[in-house]
Write a protein that binds this ligand. Structure first.
Ligand SMILES: NC(=O)c1ccc[n+]([C@@H]2O[C@H](COP(=O)([O-])OP(=O)(O)OC[C@H]3O[C@@H](n4cnc5c(N)ncnc54)[C@H](O)[C@@H]3O)[C@@H](O)[C@H]2O)c1
Length: 257
């Protein structure tokens, strides 16, 4: 296979779940924009997606914000179609859209279980499959999906079994897809964050809650969204072409793999 490591100057990264103002996705979109990517933000909250695109567009890069429910094939197809017609070719995808679930196992319902899997797993499948067509044609791509320390450690944070199982699914998805996509010069990786200071764990974290969560974390604090954004952006970059099928931990030492 040709040693083709170069990303083109004109390239778009699609980020799902990057609307939330204090989320990992928005920070990652900003970081990728600074590193030369045009940025397409897909979020179920269309207003938030558009606001994020506008904010990041102020950095002087091409951006687009599109309302999309990642769990719905029609919605995903329409959103990616819109991105493809307005933006440079898609060379990168970051699967961030996700929901948490604090429901304990014996109280879990089929509806609750299916909702978590529909967004965290099926959403990742649908968006990835849709953008891969173009990446395979162009023989270059970067895919990064967000798992969680919850998958490795068996919960132990805010979310319980359904979330943990869905995020463990991301690891199998990543490894098996990386095997199929390697010959197409497309890398597929996962990152597994520990507790990060965002609003996903039932709202903005208080200082007291952050202190509680910091117990057992070697560096003595929760992580920031910018720290996760920096890791994702490295995996999306040219220097990461020999990293694939990897799960990269970012957890301050809470879990040693
Ligand atoms: N914050 C943490 O501690 C942490 C740790 C490990 C993994 N993660 C993962 O990181 C990702 C980002 O989380 P965050 O902490 O930034 O939370 P967040 O709640 O700020 O972001 C999640 C985003 O996903 C969007 N979303 C939800 N359902 C959607 C759907 N059906 N279609 C499209 N978009 C949808 C939301 O609108 C929101 O913008 C999630 O997958 C989460 O599970 C977070």
């Amino acid at each position: 296979m040709a040693d083709n490591r170069k990303l083109p100057a004109e390239r778009t990264a699609v980020l799902t779940g990057a609307g939330s103002p204090r989320g990992i996705g928005r920070a990652t979109a900003g970081r990728l924009a600074r590193e030369g990517w045009a940025v397409a933000i897909l979020d179920i909250d269309g207003d938030a997606a558009k606001a994020a695109a506008e904010e990041i567009g102020a950095q002087g890069v091409k951006t687009i914000g599109v309302a999309a429910d990642v769990s719905d094939r029609e919605s995903v197809n329409a959103a990616i179609q819109e991105v493809e017609s307005a933006m440079p070719p898609i060379f990168g995808l970051v699967n961030l859209a996700g929901i948490s679930s604090p429901t304990e196992f014996m109280a879990e319902t089929v509806e609750g279980w299916d909702r978590v899997f529909a967004i965290n797993m099926r959403g990742t499948f649908l968006v990835t499959q849709r953008v891969l067509t173009g990446m395979i044609e162009r023989k270059m791509g970067r895919i990064v999906s967000i798992s969680s320390i919850s998958a490795q450690r068996g919960g132990g944070t805010y979310s319980k079994v359904a979330y943990s199982a869905s995020k463990a699914g991301i690891l199998g998805f990543t490894r098996a897809l990386a095997r199929e996509m390697g010959p197409h010069n497309i890398t597929v990786n996962a990152v597994a964050p520990g507790p990060i200071d965002t609003d996903i764990m039932g709202g903005t974290l208080t200082e007291e809650r952050k202190a509680q969560m910091s117990e057992g974390i070697m560096v003595g604090r929760v992580g920031s969204r910018e720290e996760v954004a920096a890791l994702i952006s490295f995996l999306m970059g040219e220097d990461a072409g020999f990293i694939t099928a990897a799960t990269v931990d970012i957890n301050g030492g809470l879990q040693v793999s």
